[in-house]
Design a protein around this ligand. Structure first.
Ligand SMILES: *Cc1c(COP(=O)(O)O)cnc(C)c1O
Length: 233
């Protein structure tokens, strides 16, 4: 017989959060990835003092935003379609997954409308798997050095995001993260535009965050290691 062992108590959530907070360096932001997790679980983490949450789906993030305290910092980490940008621009804290000029143009347009400055990261494809979204280093360079970026007064490009290949091979994961860190340093050494200010390197998930921190991560995105298995409804 198959047992359901995916239950995790609210107490566990707080314990897991505290375990992370006491073990990661101070300059690393812990983003609790709450996709497919209940509002109740998010509230538990919130009441324990946590404020940074990550979501992958526009509709889900918007619904949770509406139900939860307004000082939560919502990180959008999933694939973002240009036609859905308008729903998150009013409240999003940081968009980690910018992967085209078209998308950035749309974010700027809605940011202007809402008189907000939207912080973004460029998502770079570093994994071997073809299914993962993101720009190549070449495409990211082309985007960063395009003249139009300078005219985007209401977006700030704050750094890079990447996902390593899903593998047990720690060396491979490390090499992928380091390739991103090197690109980060390359861009950071240049003066591109006032709205390109690299500060954040968003790498590391439940399975590879320790390697990511060794490789210079400033933001880790942790889902299952905090909340347990996701409940896909
Ligand atoms: C789901 C997701 C995470 C969290 O993954 P876990 O393995 O549950 O920690 C982090 N980043 C992105 C982009 C995700 O889609």
């Amino acid at each position: 017989m198959k047992e359901h062992i995916s239950m995790i108590s609210n107490n566990d959530i707080v314990l897991n959060l505290n375990k992370f907070k006491s073990s990661i360096p101070e300059n690393v932001t812990l983003i609790a990835v709450s996709k497919f997790q209940s509002v109740e679980k998010i509230k538990m983490a919130y009441e324990a003092g946590h404020r940074d949450f990550g979501e992958n789906y526009v509709q889900e993030m918007k619904e949770k935003y509406e139900q939860l305290p307004k000082d939560i910092r919502w990180h959008f980490i999933g694939h973002l379609q240009a036609n859905k940008v308008k729903y998150i621009v009013p409240f999003v804290h940081l968009i980690h997954s910018v992967d085209s000029l078209k998308l950035l143009t749309e974010i700027h347009k809605h940011a202007l409308k809402h008189q907000r400055i939207i912080d973004c990261l460029l998502q770079i494809h570093i994994a071997k798997e073809e299914t993962k979204f993101g720009l190549s280093f070449e495409e990211a360079r082309a985007l960063l050095f395009s003249d139009i970026i300078k005219t985007f007064s209401n977006v700030r490009i704050k750094g890079l995001m990447g996902m390593a290949t899903l593998t047990d091979d720690g060396e491979q994961i490390k090499n992928e993260f380091l390739s991103l860190k090197h690109f980060f340093d390359e861009i950071n050494a240049q003066k591109i535009s006032d709205n390109v200010q690299f500060e954040e390197l968003s790498i590391g998930m439940s399975n590879d965050y320790k390697i990511a921190i060794e490789c210079g991560s400033t933001m880790i995105r942790i889902g299952t290691a905090i909340f347990g298995e996701r409940q896909k409804t």
